[in-house]
Ligand binder design. Structure first.
Ligand code: PLP
Length: 379
């Protein structure tokens, strides 16, 4: 139940990956072996383009979502960068000096603040102009941003718009034109593809400075021999993401069931972003008074894989910047658990999670009650 960290690779992807890895050619070679490797890469590029409604020549393969995000921010010229406060670390750490726009308590972007920050930034932007980066779906809460509306606001300030769609892909329909953005980041391993491959998708004609220099691959936008097997796996995962979108939507039934059962047991638990439009597969819920690290260990012992905050920030003890940006107290944020479902989730998994959560919650509540009783008897 940790699909937002990484989704299990789909069997059809494994098959395509293995087949492609037996190919001996370099896609840049002109001989037959090279040409067959090139075919694999270009077929995959078409499938990834179809996932987001772009032209295939506008898909730049990268090593994953992190590189796509870095390329978008660093490759689009000397622009003044504005980001949302809930962005992934691969945005926030790539541009530590970026202007930040705050979130509403439900996790959506504060649009009045956005206009204010863009208006201020525009005065200081100089000839390079502005770049706004806002994710479509948050990795911790699943909250969806109103990207078409946000893009429209940004276009009023002549800003380029980048959207991190890493968590949205395969869970909601994607169309780069309808979103109105200039750049879109994707990562294969979040949609049942291989780890270590992703893409930055551009609007036609957008000029991009490469981060990696050397060969002329990816139309000079990203040097280095292509990850042929990774591309082939990504292509199949992208096709399956389109055909199985309906299954992803149905996950909301289990997500809602989990939230209803847990909050019935613990009315003080907060479901972050419940009031907003969210991904169908993600729930971020607090277990008051029980640190997320304690919860993770208990769930792990019960054979249930979940996450505290994003996978990239788990292991860090400080509370999630996303939940803090939604106004959560340190204590509330520190007790939040992320549950994320996906293509291979089963009803038994939901039962196992609810059972493990209930056991831990009651054990903790029992200890609280006995401590209260001890305190009052001392008093
Ligand atoms: N963006 C978001 C929203 C993510 O959730 C992640 C990974 O957790 C990334 C970017 C980074 O992607 P990758 O793991 O492919 O580098």
């Amino acid at each position: 139940m940790d699909f937002n960290a990484t989704a299990p690779i789909r069997p059809e992807v494994v098959e395509a990956f293995l087949r492609a890895s037996q190919n001996v050619g370099n896609p840049s070679s002109v001989h037959g072996f090279g040409r067959s490797a090139r075919r694999l890469v270009e077929d995959a590029r078409r499938s990834v383009a179809a996932l987001v409604g772009s032209r295939s020549q506008d898909v730049v393969f990268t090593s994953g979502g992190t590189e796509a995000n870095n390329l978008a921010l660093k490759g689009s010229g000397k622009r003044l960068i504005v980001v949302s406060a809930g962005e992934h670390d691969s945005i926030l750490q790539a541009m530590p000096d970026a202007e930040s726009v705050s979130l509403n308590p439900d996790g959506t972007l504060d649009l009045a603040k956005l206009e204010q920050v863009l208006a201020e930034a525009e005065k200081r932007a100089g000839a390079g102009g502005l770049l706004l980066s806002v994710m479509l779906a948050n990795n911790e809460t699943g909250v969806l941003q109103a990207i078409p509306e946000i893009s429209q606001i940004a276009k009023g300030f002549d800003a380029l718009v980048h959207c991190d769609a890493v968590q949205a892909a395969g869970k909601v329909a994607l169309d780069i034109v309808a979103l109105g953005v200039d750049m879109l980041s994707l990562s294969a391993h979040k949609i049942g593809g291989p780890q270590g491959i992703g893409a930055l998708v551009l609007t036609p004609g957008l000029d991009l400075q490469p981060l990696l220099l050397g060969g002329g691959q990816e139309r000079r936008r990203r040097a280095g021999t292509e990850n042929v097997a990774g591309c082939a796996g990504f292509g199949v995962a992208a096709e399956l993401a389109v055909t199985h979108l309906g299954d992803a939507h149905s996950l909301a039934v289990w997500r809602d069931e989990i939230e209803e059962r847990l909050t019935a047991l613990s009315p003080e638990s907060r479901v972050f972003g419940r009031e907003a439009q969210r991904l169908p597969n993600t729930s971020c819920i607090s277990m008051p008074g029980v640190p997320a690290e304690t919860q993770l260990m208990a769930f792990d012992l019960a054979g249930v894989a979940v996450s505290s905050g994003s996978a990239c920030s788990s292991g860090k003890v400080q509370p999630s910047h996303v939940l803090r940006a939604m106004g959560a107290s340190d204590a509330e944020a520190a007790s939040a658990l992320r549950i994320s479902l996906g293509w291979s989730s089963k009803a038994e998994d939901v039962e196992a999670l609810v059972e493990a959560w209930t056991t831990l919650f009651l054990r903790h509540a029992g200890r609280e009650t006995s401590l209260d009783a001890a305190a009052s008897s001392v008093a």
